[in-house]
Design a protein around this ligand. Structure first.
Ligand SMILES: Cc1cc2nc3c(=O)[nH]c(=O)nc-3n(C[C@H](O)[C@H](O)[C@H](O)COP(=O)(O)OP(=O)(O)OC[C@H]3O[C@@H](n4cnc5c(N)ncnc54)[C@H](O)[C@@H]3O)c2cc1C
Length: 484
C-alpha cells in the first residue's frame, strides 16, 4: 500500500516491529477476530513482535494513540479472552517461541510466551524432566495463554494448575516498561505479584518471558480404563477412589455420547456400549504405583465397574490418552457447531450435577457430550447445535447459563480452567460481592491498564465496559458465530 495511505498508528507500529510484522488489511484481520468459542470481533491492526523490547514498544505506541491492547497466543481460548471486542491492537505473541534456557540441575526453564505447551514438554523430557500442566489443547496452545488463563489439564488433579508451575514472569506493563514479577526461585520476598498476574487473562499486561518449574519424570506410570454402565456409577467411583486415600495424577470421564463420537475415529479401545469410562493414571515409584493401582481397581469394582483395563506399556497408554485428547475435536465431525462449557463443582456432587446437566440438555432439545476432568469436579458439557437453525444459538447460550447456575448452586463455580473472558463476565456477580469486584477493578487500575488492556473482559459491566454476553456481541456484529 502507498505509504501516504497508511495511518499514523500503523506507521508507528511498523517502526516498532518492522513493516512485515503488522497486518491491517481487512482480509488479513478476519483471521484474528475469534478464538475457540462463540464470540467474534475484528481488531483494527495485528502486530507480531519478536522480542520483549518490541512488545514494550508496541504498548507505548498503543498508549500514545489511546488504543485497546489485546494479547493473543494461539487463539484456543474458550471464553472469548483474545477477541478484541472494542477493536484496537491485537498483539500476537506466536513469533516469540524460543525456549531460552533449560537449567536441568535447578529444574527450571525460561521460555518465551509463544512456545507451544507440548514443545516444552518434549524438550524437557530429553533431560528426564516434566513440565506438568497439560491442557488437552497442548499441541497448539501457548505457554503465555496458559499463564494468562491459569490453565489446567488432565494432570492438574495431583500437580495443580499453571500457577503452581511458574516461578517468575517478565511482563510488559501497560505503561510500556518491562519488569520481572517473581524470578528463578520458588519464593521471592515481597507480595506475590507473580501469583496475581497468573490468571489475569491479559488485563494487567503482556507476558514476555516465563520461568517455569520442572519436575522429574515419574519412575513408573500406570494408566487404567474403568468401564461403567452409567455416568452415575462412574461419578460415584470418582469419590470412592479418593476416599481410599489415592490421588491419581489424572481422573478423566467420557460419557457414552462422546465415546460413540471419538471411538470410531480414534480407535482408543473404549467400548461403544459403555455408559461411561474413567481414564485413571497413577504415577510414582514402582511399589507405590502397584499399590495405588490395586486400590483404584477395587474402588471401581465396588462401584459396579464392568471391567478395569490396565495399560502398562507406553504404546497402550498413548492409545488410551489419544481418545481423551482428540475427543473434543472429534465432535466437529458430527455436529456443525458445539458450545463447550466449563464449570466446577465439589466432586462429591458430580452424580447429581451430571444428572441435572443431562436433564436440562434434553429439555432444551440438544445433544450433549461430556468429556472432563472428573477428579477435579471440572465439567465440560459440549452442547451440539446448528447455528443456522433460527433461535438455536440463543437457546444454547440460555442452556449454558442454566448449567452454570446449577454448578454455582451445588457449591461450585463458573469456570474450572477456561477463564471468564467476555463470555462469563455477566456471571461474576453470582459468586463475587460488589466489594470483591471493586477490589479486582482497583488491582487492574493499579497495574496501569485500567480499561485499555483487554477491555470488556473478566469484570462485569459497570466495571469498565457495557454488557458483554456472547450473544450481545454476536447480535451487534450480525455475523454467524465461530463455534468450536
Ligand atoms: C480442544 C481444546 C481443548 C482444551 N483443553 C483445555 C484444558 O484441558 N485445560 C485448559 O485449561 N484449557 C483448555 N483449553 C482452552 C485453551 O486451550 C487454554 O485456555 C489455553 O491456555 C489458551 O492458550 P492460547 O495460546 O490459545 O491463548 P489465547 O486463546 O490466544 O488467549 C487466551 C487468553 O490469554 C491472553 N494471553 C495470551 N497470551 C498472552 C500473553 N503473552 N500475555 C498476556 N496475556 C496473554 C489472551 O488475551 C486471552 O485472554 C482447550 C481448548 C480447546 C480448543
Amino acid at each position: 500500500m502507498p505509504t501516504n495511505l497508511i495511518s499514523p498508528l500503523v506507521r508507528d507500529l511498523q517502526r516498532a516491529v518492522g513493516e512485515r510484522n503488522v497486518l491491517f488489511a481487512p482480509e488479513d484481520l478476519l483471521v484474528y477476530e475469534y478464538d475457540a468459542t462463540i464470540e467474534r470481533a475484528l481488531p483494527d491492526v495485528v502486530v507480531f513482535p519478536d522480542t520483549a523490547e518490541e512488545v514494550a514498544a508496541v504498548v507505548r505506541v498503543a498508549r500514545e494513540y489511546d488504543q485497546p491492547v489485546v494479547p493473543r497466543g494461539s487463539g484456543t481460548g474458550l471464553a472469548g479472552g483474545t477477541v478484541p471486542v472494542r477493536g484496537g491492537i491485537v498483539v500476537a505473541l506466536t513469533r516469540m517461541n524460543r525456549i531460552v534456557e533449560i537449567d536441568a540441575a535447578n529444574r527450571i526453564a525460561i521460555v518465551e510466551p509463544g512456545v507451544i505447551n507440548l514443545d516444552l514438554q518434549t524438550a524437557v523430557a530429553k533431560h528426564g524432566l516434566l513440565y506438568a500442566p497439560d491442557p488437552s489443547s497442548q499441541r497448539i496452545c501457548t505457554l503465555g495463554g496458559n499463564v494468562a488463563n491459569n490453565s489446567g489439564g488432565p494432570h492438574t488433579l495431583a500437580h495443580g494448575s499453571t500457577v503452581s508451575h511458574v516461578y517468575g514472569l517478565e511482563v510488559a506493563l501497560p505503561d510500556g516498561r518491562l519488569t520481572w514479577l517473581g524470578g528463578r526461585l520458588p519464593d521471592m520476598p515481597g507480595p506475590d505479584l507473580r501469583g496475581l498476574f497468573v490468571g489475569s487473562e491479559g488485563t494487567l499486561g503482556i507476558v514476555t518471558k516465563i520461568c517455569v518449574r520442572l519436575m522429574p519424570l515419574p519412575a513408573a506410570v500406570r494408566t487404567m480404563l474403568g468401564i461403567f454402565d452409567s455416568v452415575d456409577a462412574a461419578s460415584e467411583a470418582v469419590s470412592a477412589i479418593i476416599r481410599r486415600g489415592v490421588i491419581p495424577v489424572a481422573l478423566e470421564m467420557l460419557d457414552q455420547e462422546i465415546i460413540r463420537i471419538v471411538e470410531p475415529r480414534v480407535h482408543a479401545g473404549y467400548p461403544l456400549d459403555a455408559g461411561a469410562v474413567l481414564l485413571i493414571e497413577v504415577e510414582g515409584l514402582a511399589e507405590g504405583v502397584a499399590y495405588e493401582a490395586a486400590a483404584v481397581i477395587d474402588a471401581c469394582r465396588e462401584q459396579g465397574a464392568r471391567e478395569v483395563r490396565v495399560a502398562e506399556e507406553a504404546v497402550e497408554r498413548e492409545r488410551l490418552w489419544e481418545g481423551r485428547k482428540a475427543g473434543i475435536g472429534a465432535i466437529g465431525a458430527v455436529s456443525p457447531a458445539f458450545y463447550l462449557l466449563d464449570g466446577v463443582v465439589p466432586r462429591t456432587r458430580l452424580p447429581q450435577v451430571m444428572r441435572k446437566v443431562m436433564e436440562l440438555s434434553a429439555r432444551y432439545g440438544f445433544r450433549c457430550a461430556n468429556i472432563f476432568h472428573a477428579g477435579d469436579g471440572n465439567l465440560h458439557p459440549n452442547i451440539m447445535f446448528d447455528p443456522d437453525e433460527p433461535g438455536a444459538t440463543d437457546r444454547v447460550l440460555e442452556l449454558g447459563g442454566e448449567i452454570m447456575r446449577v454448578c454455582v448452586d451445588a457449591g461450585g463455580s463458573i469456570t474450572g480452567e477456561h477463564g471468564i473472558g467476555s463470555e462469563k463476565r455477566s456471571y461474576m456477580e453470582w459468586i463475587f460481592s460488589p466489594a470483591d469486584l471493586d477490589a479486582m477493578s482497583r488491582v487492574r487500575a493499579a497495574f496501569g491498564g485500567a480499561d485499555q488492556f483487554n477491555p470488556c473482559k473478566v469484570l462485569p459491566s459497570g466495571h469498565g465496559c457495557g454488557a458483554g454476553h456472547a450473544a450481545d456481541f454476536q447480535r451487534a456484529l450480525a455475523v454467524p458465530g465461530v463455534y468450536v
